[in-house]
Design a protein around this ligand. Structure first.
Ligand SMILES: Cc1ncc(COP(=O)(O)O)c(C=O)c1O
Length: 160
């Protein structure tokens, strides 16, 4: 596929008129990503020392991870997490709770850091409400902090 400069990108970019570099693969056993300029088709290999927004420690395209994802995708269907779990989630939840040595009694899986922060905010509020304390609703966060791109996580961040 080529991207026409006159029509622009069909992906909503950080700046609407931008045509961003495309990630077209990985190299060096997942330690580098391959970026392509869709207008010139020029490619460059970049060592990825931060992975996304610096919060992921998994290599790109790891064969163990991709094969497990592929196996699971064949057996799974989409379900709304608030109503149905699945055995893979149960197993991972058990693993995390057992490894936590009593710190965690249950787990909640989300699709991103932003969703995790969003849920953490709701759980904190729910905790105090269930204890009958409706006065605790303020969150304190550090200046120059970033907690994600959802409205709740943005509201406790510093001006993104
Ligand atoms: C401290 C912190 N919280 C939350 C997030 C949001 O994570 P995600 O980009 O997966 O939504 C980030 C992402 O950089 C982060 O650094």
């Amino acid at each position: 596929m080529t991207i026409d400069k006159s029509t622009g990108s069909y992906i909503f970019q950080k700046k609407v008129s931008d045509i961003g570099l495309l990630c077209v693969g990985s190299k060096n056993e997942g330690m580098s990503i391959v970026l392509e300029d869709p207008l010139t088709m020029e490619r460059k290999v970049v060592f990825d020392a931060v992975s996304g927004a610096a919060v992921c420690s998994l290599p790109h395209g790891d064969p163990d991870i991709t094969s497990q994802m592929s196996d699971f995708a064949k057996d799974s269907v989409y379900t709304f997490g608030a109503y149905f779990a699945n055995y893979a989630a149960e197993e991972l939840g058990q693993f995390i709770c057992e490894k936590s040595k009593g710190a965690f009694a249950s787990t909640l899986f989300t699709g991103s850091g932003s969703e995790s922060v969003e849920n953490a905010l709701k759980i904190m509020r729910q905790y105090h409400l269930e204890k009958g304390d409706d006065k605790r609703y303020k969150f304190i966060s550090r200046k120059q902090s970033y907690h994600g791109y959802t409205i709740g996580s943005l509201s406790i961040g510093d001006g993104y």
